[in-house]
Design a protein around this ligand. Structure first.
Ligand SMILES: O=C1O[C@H](COP(=O)(O)O)[C@@H](O)[C@H](O)[C@H]1O
Length: 240
């Protein structure tokens, strides 16, 4: 695992944006396209704004980039709780991303159907197995969840690299999420975490010798591998 700790949030965002640019260049050079999985929640908003800003918008070949979501709320497409709506506002619309490059979660059927449809869409985009995304961006909740892998939920037991639906009591909602095995297959994985409210969660995921994967699900992401990077500010890293 690569741990990067910065003095402030702007430095964190810039370092992560550069890492994304680097991964996109490499992927496009080798395979002609960049398959980029986005995270939701509040933390990545600033990063997406930065990527769409004049400092970065020319550094990535957006016309060769395909976007996916690591997780999504099981709510209608135009519901303000959707991760995809925030991304549309700050990244897709400003960069005029072609619709066919955006893989949104279709929530018109049941949660299970939504997960199956998303998995199918991913499989038909990749055509080959195993599915290896070029870059997966992840956040970390105060309770150590990542994507929608929440503590003590059945999806944590999943051994298949796929997409699943899960009812999360804690937020009283169905979520659609990539499973840990699917995330772990990616070529690059980056956690974006900042703020003192995250310090405990970071400790339990990265340092706590008695922590369990069920209680702190982000531990399921292979932190022992070099391809997994953590981008933190000093306050989030305070207990490391
Ligand atoms: O529920 C979610 O939360 C995590 C962390 O979000 P944050 O607001 O604390 O940054 C996020 O990574 C995930 O995509 C989202 O659905």
């Amino acid at each position: 695992m690569d741990l990067h700790i910065y003095n402030n949030v702007d430095e964190v965002m810039n370092a992560l944006a550069q890492s994304i640019c680097h991964a996109s260049e490499l992927a496009i050079k080798k395979r002609g396209r960049f398959n980029f999985v986005l995270s939701g929640g509040s933390s990545p908003r600033k990063l997406y704004e930065l990527l769409a800003s004049k400092n970065y918008h020319n550094k990535i070949a957006w016309n060769k980039t395909y976007f996916f979501f690591g997780d999504e709320r099981f709510v209608p497409e135009n519901d303000s709780q959707r991760n995809s709506l925030m991304v549309k506002e700050v990244l897709f619309d400003p960069l005029k991303i072609t619709k066919s490059h955006i893989f949104n979660v279709n929530t018109t059927g049941s949660p299970e159907e939504a997960a199956q449809k998303y998995q199918k869409a991913i499989t038909s985009h990749f055509q080959t197995e195993p599915v290896e995304f070029d870059f997966i961006l992840l956040g970390l909740g105060d309770n150590s969840h990542t994507a929608s892998l929440f503590p003590n939920t059945p999806v944590l037991e999943e051994t298949e690299a796929t997409v699943k639906s899960v009812f999360v009591k804690e937020v009283d909602m169905y979520r659609i999420t990539m499973t840990a095995p699917l995330i772990n297959q990616a070529r690059n994985i980056a956690f974006l975490v900042f703020g003192e409210g995250k310090a405990e969660a970071v400790f339990h995921v990265l340092k706590d010798p008695s922590g369990s994967d069920k209680k702190y699900p982000a531990r399921l992401i292979k932190r022992q591998e070099k391809k997994v990077q953590w981008f933190l500010d000093r306050t989030a890293a305070a207990r490391l």
